[in-house]
Every structure is written in structure tokens, then in C-alpha cells.
Design a protein around this ligand. Sequence first.
Ligand code: EPU
Length: 314
Amino acid sequence: MLTSRFKKMLAELLDERVGFDVPMAGYTSFKVGGPADALAAPADSRQLTNLMVMLEEESIDWFVLGGGTNLLVKDFGIRGVVISLKHGFSEIMAEKTGRDSVIVHAGAGARLSALCRYAMENNLAGMNFAFGIPGTVGGAVIMNAGTSLGAMESVLSEIDVLYVPNRPKTVPGSRLCFNYRGLVWDDSMITEKGRAPIILAGRFELEPAGDRDQRAEAESLQARRRQSQPAGFSAGCVFKNPSLQMPAGKLIDQAGLKGLRIGNAQVSGMHANFIVNLGRASASDILRLIDTVREKVLQAHGVELEPEIKIIGE
Ligand code: EPU
């Protein structure tokens, strides 16, 4: 719990840009999750830096929230300060235009869908793989979000980061290492306290699309997704695909688990790697369903599924 002295310091720094005991259910696509002690939305880098210095000095834990679309927050919520970059860090603009490529800068808090739309409207190719993936640019970089058509690493040329508490830096893509659904930070980039830097923005190298019809391609990808993925409250795919030949959705489906329900959480009947909140699910309903699916898939196929979503809080 935060002391009233610290809450006052936060309010003095951030004015109306900080709230206390904020239910995370309002900030996650699953629509579940207990309260964060504080939710802070700094207006710019200066305010973010001041906030991080304060948090480090007071040894208060913190967590950067992206779009909340790949996240399961537990029912008792998050101790410490949750930081949202959605308001102060969401600019999208072309920075450098060459003959064969255009570098587009996108703030970490910008919606990934806004970056895809920007590319489409400016006839730039390269982002279409991400059409329909929810969440923010920062979250998508950290998760190396992608589909079978591509992933963030293929278009990212560099990122701006803040080494906590106060050292901003640009890291070229060549120094970043990605794996399937994750950015793996180099040891030299981790702070003494074991924290990764905060991503402030990404630069994406896109190509002038010429005559290729970006809009038609994006629309057909989205239509395909709508046919195979449920529209309800979810966090997208719950488990990583163990391999290309063994997609988690297929393993769960073949184990006969579509429609399995615990409380108000249910394995989607449309795509078995989705869990949907039917309305008033708790995080513990979803967690119990995740455990049950893992157990049953292990029994049926001898394969251990690993969650793709991030589970946080208490
Ligand atoms: N399948 C089933 N039953 C199901 C679901 C899928 O048999 O209930 C089979 C499909 O028929 C297909 C295979 O499993 O043969 C793969 O399914 P799909 O094409 O839907 O792709 P996926 O591997 O389940 C991945 C990403 C999705 C992304 C889609 C579309 C992962 C873990 N998931 O899903 O990403 O939207 O491709 O490109 O990589 C996410 O990251 O949250 C996410 C949903």
C-alpha cells in the first residue's frame, strides 16, 4: 500500500494524471483485474523521468501498462504504481523519407492499429501483418507481436528507451534480439535492480507500396480473422504455439475442450486458444480454466502448454 505522503507527492507531480485504487478491469481487454494502488499517465518524458526518479528513491514497485490486451491481472490487483503511456506517448509521424523506404516513428502508447492505419493511408507496405492485432506499439514490440505473416522484429529499425530512472537512449534494431513472441533484452541493458528499460517509441522501416492495394489486403486479412476469432472479452491467444505443426488451438480443440466453462470463463467455441469472459468472470475463474486446459492437453497429447498472456498482480 502507498503511504499518504507518497500519494501526495504523486498528486503534486501528476495532478489529474494519477488515480488511486483504480480497478484494472477497466484497462484490460479481459475486463477482469483488481485495483492498482495508483495508475499514473505522465504527459511527457520529463514527467515520466521525474516519476521514475521518485519511484526509485522510494523503492516503490512499478509496471508499465500497454493496451492491456495480452494481460491477466489477478483479483486483488497490483501493488505499486501502474504507468500508462497512452496519453503522453502516442504520436505517429514519418521521420525520414528515402526512395526505397520511409521511417515511421510511433510512440509506445500509440495503438498498433493506428500505426497500421497510418501505413495504409500513406500507401506504405510492411505493417499489414499486424492488422487486427490489438494493443499498443510498446506492448507489441515487447511481445514481438505477430501472425503467420510476420512479426514486429521484421519492421522495427530502432527503439527509444528510458533506462530507469533517468537515462534516455536510442537502441538500434541490430542490438535487439527477438524470439517467438518476445524481445529478449541484452544483459547490458538491464538495470542494477534487474529491470528492463521502458520503451518510449519505435521506428519502423516501411516501403512505398506503389500500385499494390494495401487497403484490400488489410481488409481481407481482417475478414479472415473475424471468421476464425471470437469478438468477446478476451486477451487473444492464451497459449504459445508449441510449434508450427502443433498450434495450441488445434491441441486444445482435439482434446475436446471447446466450450469448457469455469465460473464465467469459457474456452471459445470458435477458436480453442481463446478464453472468453462471458460477462462477470473473475481472474481466478480464468486462471482455473487455464490450469484445467493445461492439465487436459498434457493428458491428451503429452504437451505442456505455456501461456502467451502475461499474468500479473496478486
Ligand atoms: N485450430 C483448430 N481448432 C481451433 C483453433 C485452431 O483446429 O479451435 C487449427 C486451425 O485450423 C489451424 C491451426 O489450428 O490449422 C492454427 O490456427 P490459426 O490459423 O487460427 O492460428 P493460431 O496459430 O491459432 C496465430 C496467432 C494469433 C493470430 C493468428 C492469425 C499465436 C499463438 N497465435 O494463431 O495471434 O491472430 O495466428 O494469424 O501465435 C495472439 O497473439 O493473441 C493471437 C491471437
